[in-house]
Design a protein around this ligand. Structure first.
Ligand code: NAP
Length: 492
């Protein structure tokens, strides 16, 4: 099967285009092929989106929301199918695949509700017989660039607020995971979104992404991916005066204090560190542990790690699936080698797995380092694989300092039974998301999602905050006095 672009409400034939193979990371088998589009495809999609946007902005927001209710309903109906496709193309275990699809469903219904809110402000005017208010206005055509690790959820965080706010969009999914985008485009088509409102253009970041950022009629770029790519998106976007929303990498930590429930902490660490094979932006890759419980925590982690089944995520008994591709596998392994050279002690894992049923897939053994120095590379850089670094500290203050020492600021967590420590931590941890007595993963769609420092540039996905990316504030003054009233002057 060949996946082609969805532009102006129809599927575009490839016509001599190049295609890339889409590979199942669990076994290396080719699942389908995806079109590698170019600038002319982007131009065509933007033309359609621009044409559609004028009308779309005039559709009352509650009516625009009705499409989202329908999208949510279809996603719910197809939840198992979507989850299976997701697991096949990116590898996360099926239970997590279902969870991710559910996140998209939640986002559809939540943003549909916004169609009856989209609150602005009304404020008293300083002058008599004058009315003052602000409204959220749509921006126009927006560009969405998404990564492979959450191929559906992240797209819904961006496209649903864009839709309800009256924008039209061009979505470029990651080349590794076009199948979920194809499934979503089918749903957009089936619910009857007017032609040109939703457009999906497949292709590489270098070609399609660049063409989108440079296109004069795309006013917003909402990007999720690595910090390295995000920086170049921001640089190019800045040159073209684009509004650029960036959600980027993470180096997230779980803090375990000496009064923590250790069994709970172990569960939280394993779920956050090894879920999606460590390839979540919110993955726990550092454990900052109080000296008094370090050895006990190590022992309990090692014991639980023994029971983790690795394999094809479609097998319900499997706990850890493959990583996305061979370069990812090599990158993870190279960090393990770096960790050893830096003097960290390897307690478990550290190997590429390729025997028996794992042959042909991209599997990495869950890995645990201890005695890691807080400023070493494995404790500072995003590895994006199933590797945990344990760092020992003496106090809450030191734990917070170590947590905040990285250039990223997405998610952090603390396990403690002391409410005072918990509240101090939530105040002082420099991350966009903080968990108390839970791992670093588990965001819900109705709160803002994003991070500080190298993780973001101040925007947020998800929650009402997502509307800030896809709307402009318009302030409106209505003077019904019948005379010229000058603000700040005729107020006496
Ligand atoms: P990536 O390599 O940065 O790619 C992300 C997207 O950007 C892909 O669609 C990619 O297209 C595109 N792209 C690549 N080069 C581009 C360019 N020059 N201009 C425009 N677009 C370009 O990231 P990834 O490997 O897919 O995803 C993993 C990263 O995402 C990790 O760092 C993770 O922490 C981060 N992430 C962050 C969040 C968050 O919310 N903070 C959530 C999930 C993931 P192609 O790949 O098709 O070329």
């Amino acid at each position: 099967m060949k996946l082609n672009n969805y532009i102006n409400g129809s599927w575009q034939e490839g016509g001599g285009a190049d295609y890339a193979a889409v590979v199942n990371p669990a076994n290396g088998e080719t699942l389908c092929e995806v079109k590698l589009s170019g600038k002319q495809d982007v131009d065509e999609a933007v033309k359609a989106a621009k044409r559609a946007q004028k009308e779309w902005a005039l559709v009352p927001a509650p009516k625009r929301a009705d499409y989202l209710y329908e999208i949510g309903r279809l996603m719910k109906e197809r939840k198992e199918h979507l989850a299976q496709v997701l697991t096949k193309e990116m590898g996360k275990v099926i239970e997590e695949g279902r969870g991710e699809v559910q996140e998209g469903i939640d986002m559809a219904f939540y943003m549909a509700g916004e169609g009856r809110r989209l609150f602005g402000e009304t404020v008293p005017s300083e002058l008599q017989d004058k009315f003052a208010m602000s409204v959220r206005a749509p921006i126009g055509v927006v560009g969405l660039i998404t990564p492979w690790n959450f191929p559906v959820a992240i797209a819904t965080w961006k496209s649903f607020p864009a839709i309800v706010a009256g924008n039209t969009f061009i979505w470029k999914p990651a080349t590794e995971t076009p199948m979920m985008a194809y499934e979503m485009a089918r749903i957009f088509d089936e619910v009857g979104l007017p032609a040109g409102v939703a457009n999906v253009v497949f292709g590489s970041g270098g070609e399609v992404g660049t063409a989108m950022i440079e296109h004069p009629d795309i006013r917003v770029i909402s990007f999720t991916g690595s910090t390295e790519t995000g920086r170049s998106v921001a640089e190019l976007g800045g040159r073209h005066l684009k509004k650029v929303s960036l959600e980027m990498g993470g180096k997230n930590a779980v803090i375990v204090m000496d009064d923590a429930d250790l069994d709970l902490a172990v569960e939280g660490i394993l779920w956050s560190a090894f879920g999606t094979a460590g390839q979540r932006c919110t993955a726990c890759s550092r454990v900052i542990v109080h000296r008094d419980v370090k050895e006990e925590l190590e022992q309990r982690l090692l014991k639980q790690m023994e029971g983790l089944t690795i394999g094809d995520g479609l097998d319900e008994s499997v706990k850890i699936g493959p990583v996305i591709n061979a370069p990812a596998l090599e990158k993870i392994h190279s960090y393990v080698e770096i960790g050893k050279k830096e003097g960290a002690k390897l307690l478990a894992g550290g190997r590429i797995l390729e025997d028996g049923s794992l042959k042909g897939g991209y599997y990495y053994e869950p890995t645990l380092f201890t005695d890691v120095k807080w400023d070493s590379r494995i404790a500072q850089e995003e590895i994006f694989g199933p590797v945990i670094s344990l760092i020992e500290v003496d106090s809450l203050d030191e734990a917070i300092e170590v947590n905040n020492s990285v250039t990223y600021g997405l998610s952090s967590s603390i396990f403690t039974r002391d409410v005072n420590q918990a509240f101090r931590a939530q105040r002082d941890l420099d991350t966009g998301i903080v968990y108390v007595n839970a791992g670093t993963t588990g965001a819900e769609i109705h709160l803002p999602f994003g991070g500080t420092k190298g993780t973001g540039n101040g925007h947020r996905d998800s929650g009402v905050a997502a509307l800030d990316v896809f709307t402009e504030w318009k302030s409106i003054y209505v003077d019904y006095s019948g005379k010229l009233q000058r603000a700040q002057i005729d107020t006496e």
